[in-house]
Ligand binder design. Structure first.
Ligand code: ZN
Length: 311
């Protein structure tokens, strides 16, 4: 999550339409600017607009295949790619209004959200933005999956995956917090194995999934004709998921994070430990990091970010 000195929101409302990855349902989503101290909050336009679901780890209800906040009629799922866009761009306050149970999957990455936010522009307030320092190490494991957090004066994430499928194999990436590093991975798409697609559909999942919003992998190839956006797109997407899930802490965390074969469930467990034992693990502080207010229009034009100019 991008460290910023001041709380930031969007300058204007942005609208997205598309189908949910798992529900297959077509939805309309509005992302609106919000006052300071609002945080990121979700509303279901098709339900009572009064009950809002805050984007906080203690509201996570399920983390199977995607991250879901809230329960029943007041739940929203597959929030992680939108949350990654907020976190990676340092947007702390926004209202998200969606007329269905799942956010639109767009192209399976954070690209559409990032592009729209850059176009709308960011409004920087004069209210300080909070951040957390990690006070002691934390290890969360599940079989061969692990998430290790160590105190640090910076925000670094080492992410690695290991798949038997040859085309994915073993991949790793090291990421240091910053707007430019986030923009360089924001277009990494979600992926699934062709053999898992049928099983997921049998369970009523991935109903909206297709080659336009996921990389579909067979043993030694991918079905998407355009190929990969980068050779390590798989691990970059896992990193994007981690950034989106950790945004549910509500503020950026200074720590060295090392994630191996990690996923939504392990992220949720880790955040629950941090928040339930907050005084042991987290110390609040106010970072003195000015984000360049004119950097955003510049980045939009920059040939250094070809990902932002996809048709
Ligand atoms: Zn994802």
């Amino acid at each position: 999550m991008l460290l910023t000195k001041w709380q930031t929101t969007l300058k204007a409302m942005v609208e997205f339409t598309g189908k949910g990855l798992h529900s297959g349902r077509f939805v309309r989503m509005l992302v609106e600017p919000a006052p300071i101290h609002t945080g990121i909050v979700f509303f279901r336009a098709d339900q009572s607009l009064v009950d809002l679901v805050p984007a906080r780890a203690n509201f996570v209800s399920t983390s199977q295949l995607c991250t879901t906040l809230g329960t029943g009629a007041q739940s929203v799922s597959t929030i992680e790619h939108l949350m990654a866009a907020f976190a990676g761009m340092g947007i702390q306050n926004a209202r998200v209004i969606v007329d269905g149970p799942e956010l639109p999957i767009m192209d399976g990455s954070s690209l559409a959200f990032v592009r729209a936010f850059l176009k709308a522009g960011l409004r920087v307030s004069d209210a300080p933005a909070k951040a957390y320092r990690l006070l002691k190490p934390l290890v969360v494991e599940d079989g061969d999956k692990s998430l290790r957090l160590n105190p640090s004066s910076r925000q670094a994430i080492k992410c690695s995956i290991l798949f038997r499928t040859k085309i994915i194999g073993s991949q790793s990436i090291e990421y240091f917090e910053g707007l430019e590093s986030f923009l360089s991975i924001a277009d990494a798409r979600t992926f699934c194995h062709l053999s898992d697609v049928e099983a997921m559909r049998h369970h009523g999942l991935a109903l909206g999934g297709g080659l336009e919003n996921a990389i579909v992998v067979t043993e030694d190839s991918i079905l998407n004709e355009q190929g990969l956006r980068r050779p390590d797109e798989f691990v970059c997407h896992k990193l994007l998921d981690l950034i989106g899930d950790f945004a549910l802490l509500g503020s950026p965390l200074l720590a060295d994070i090392s994630a191996h074969k990690s996923g939504h469930a392990l992220h949720a467990r880790c955040l629950q430990i941090l928040l339930s034992q907050k005084e042991q693990y987290l110390e609040e502080f106010y970072p003195d990091v000015e984000v360049d207010k004119v950097v955003h229009p510049w980045i939009q034009e920059s040939p250094r970010y070809p990902a932002l100019s996809y048709a």
